[in-house]
Design a protein around this ligand. Sequence first.
Ligand code: AMP
Ligand code: FE
Ligand code: FE
Ligand code: ZN
Length: 276
Amino acid sequence: MSRGAVDLHTHTTASDGTLPPRELVLAAARHHVSVLAVTDHDSTEGLAEAMAEAPTHRITIVPGLEINCDVEGAEVHILGYFVDQNAPWFQAFLREQRAERVARVHRIAERLAELGMPIEPAEVFAMCNEGSPGRPHVAQVMVQRGYVKSVREAFDKYLKTGGAANVPRRRLTPVEAVQVIRRAHGVPVFAHPGLADRDAMIPELVEAGLMGIETYYPEHSATQTREYLGLCERHGLVPTGGSDFHGPQSGRTNMVGSQPVPWSSWEALQQRRERA
Ligand code: AMP
Ligand code: FE
Ligand code: FE
Ligand code: ZN
């Protein structure tokens, strides 16, 4: 079997992606992906459908998820691969995470009303089929209501970290996210650290059980990629990578499979799985 592309970071309609899992796999096949991690926010609901579609296309699905944590003045996202997704305690944990997302949408709606841009939380929940709601769904409702022209404008003007309508979530710290993934026998990875700007947290995350850093990422500069490779060597971590594909009309443009990720990253990730 020929080696196609490796993409260890993608989203579906189970969270804030715009393609259902099956269509994500079809897009991956068209772009010659042979290893595809599905990493929805606080949800593993998209995995079964992706896994059912993948064999026809000779694609290996890596089961994953992404946990977004708010820290002082920034966001730290932790990816988890190969978790025991069927463990009842783990699914209960994800349901709590999504319940906090729902509560947060209500708080964001209150802020938007104060800013003269009322929305109905129900519109947001309809947008994600009562799944894992997030700011991208709020942004889509703002576009529909004509408050902004695009998802990007909604983020830039109101929803970004520190934005007037952004409300931080209550719950997990990044250390706790790493620990919960290890407890589920998964491999925790610091997602796109170049966007988080919290490299100072890496030692405590390693202490908590971190096993990788997402080094190859569309928005990382060549210098950042080199720095994170160096940090991986220093701490004995796997340098992973992916496109963070969210589908068409998501306000993001990186195509699935478009971020080069070395095959050795995938091999190293599988080796960590045995230790996790
Ligand atoms: P949340 O899950 O509510 O914290 O929202 C975070 C998600 O918003 C990220 O996973 C991205 O998919 C998306 N996002 C963040 N910044 C932007 C942006 N500037 N434009 C479009 N989507 C964004
Ligand atoms: Fe997202
Ligand atoms: Fe992320
Ligand atoms: Zn992501």
